[in-house]
Design a protein around this ligand. Structure first.
Ligand code: AMP
Length: 396
């Protein structure tokens, strides 16, 4: 990792703008239902407080579309943060996010004090990466810290904009994310397995192409399996199929062959006649899928085959569920793969989003080496793309 980190700066008496990802789920009463993202920011905040910085936290919450929305205020986050830190967090309820009044109050903060400003996406200029807005924000602080991995694939005022103006570094959370991904993608211990699932192959083309250059085994699961199976000449019945991607699937299979990567496609499937948890379901081998059924999960034989290989792996990256894991009838494949990862001695990295949710749901989170906090951002890293929110941070 060649980006500056917290250890490259002294923060004493500096006002530090920290972009966090406090985009936490809340119920209809604005009660936080999962505070892991807030917990993830604590190390950086505590460190800066100990160093004698004046800390101004910035985050978005939901999609207010550039307008103030009381339901998307960060006030509940400030209160939860206060509980978790055990110290005061000043919160500025401000429709303009940084009105003159807020700026004045931030200007008289004392060493070690912590403030959270209002949802940055109340201002349209945030997602537009408006240079005047970035400048206005930058005037509040002396140093910028990006600790929001989940938004690092976006080029917004509160990451790209600020990092282009102020001295900058990544926080502990982003540093950990980058270390796991770069170590794994640049210099993996082998055998290296990637497991790619999810609904559509079209969403994962870039990931598959990039990983075919790096992995020893690529395991496919989820809805995208059926585009590959169709390309292999199997009937896929009513399963989700991207007919216009069948040729691409053929090309990917050929690339895998040329590169000596073993591309594994499910050999059996949990099927049903409808996309529903309330109908009969049973298991069929790939060659027996009939016109009236759809594949909604990988079958037991596939889980066993994948698990056997996972046992021997040294590095495993997983992105995307193996089936419709939200429905209990079709969760076994995803659960089985999660279990295999949990039991393996490999370095296990879970891309954010659905795979992270699945690992949590089945109780295997603690057993993984790393669960990414950013679904979109980790997907882009796996595609080999550069993240604007990271690239804009100063090099060491
Ligand atoms: P993605 O966002 O592309 O990772 O896709 C995740 C979604 O794919 C989940 O909501 C799953 O329910 C869905 N999914 C997984 N397997 C299948 C399948 N065989 N058929 C339809 N949808 C699926």
């Amino acid at each position: 990792m060649n980006k500056k980190t917290l250890k490259d700066f002294t923060f004493y008496d500096k006002t530090v703008l920290v972009r966090c990802d406090f985009n936490v789920p809340m119920d209809e009463n604005q009660k936080i239902t999962d505070d892991r993202r807030i917990q993830g920011a604590l190390d950086t905040i505590r460190y800066l407080a100990k160093e004698g910085a004046k800390i101004v936290l910035i985050s978005h919450l939901g999609r207010p579309k550039g307008k103030p929305d009381p339901k998307l205020s960060l006030l509940p986050v400030a209160r939860r943060l206060e509980q978790l830190l055990g110290s005061k967090v000043q919160f500025f309820q401000d429709d303009l996010v940084i009105s003159q009044e807020t700026k004045d109050e931030l200007g008289v903060m004392k060493l070690g004090e912590i403030a959270l400003i209002e949802n940055i996406r109340f201002r349209k200029e945030e997602t537009d990466n408006d240079p005047a807005f970035a400048k206005e924000l930058a005037r509040i602080g002396d140093v910028y810290v990006n600790d929001a991995f989940g938004t690092s694939h976006r080029g917004h005022a509160s990451n790209l904009g600020l990092a282009s103006i102020l001295p900058s570094c990544v926080g502990f959370l982003v540093e950990k994310e980058l270390e796991f991904f770069s170590k794994t993608l640049e210099n993996p211990e082998r055998p290296f397995i990637a497991i790619i699932g999810g609904a559509k192959v079209s969403d994962k083309i870039g990931v598959i192409e990039n990983l075919l250059d790096k992995v020893d085994f690529l395991m496919i699961g989820g809805g995208m399996s059926y585009t590959f199976l169709h390309a292999m000449g199997y009937n896929v019945g009513k399963s989700i199929l991207e007919i216009e991607k069948v040729n691409l699937a053929k090309v990917l299979m050929q690339i895998a062959k040329d590169k000596g990567v073993e591309l594994l496609i499910p050999i059996d499937h949990v099927v049903a006649e409808e996309f529903s948890n309330d109908v009969d379901f049973w298991t069929l081998d790939s060659e027996n899928i009939s016109d009236d059924v759809m594949g909604l999960d990988i079958g037991e034989k596939t889980v066993e085959r994948y698990s056997d290989l996972i046992k021997k792996a040294k590095t495993v990256i997983w992105n995307g569920p193996m089936g419709v894991f939200e429905m209990t009838n079709f969760q076994s494949g995803t659960e089985g793969v999660a279990k295999a990862l949990a039991e393996s001695n490999a370095v296990t990295i879970i891309g954010g989003g659905d795979s992270a949710a699945a690992v949590e749901k089945f109780g295997y989170a603690e057993a993984m080496s790393h669960i990414s906090t950013g679904g979109g951002a980790s997907l882009e890293l796996l595609e080999g793309k550069e993240l604007p929110g990271i690239e804009s941070i100063q090099d060491r």
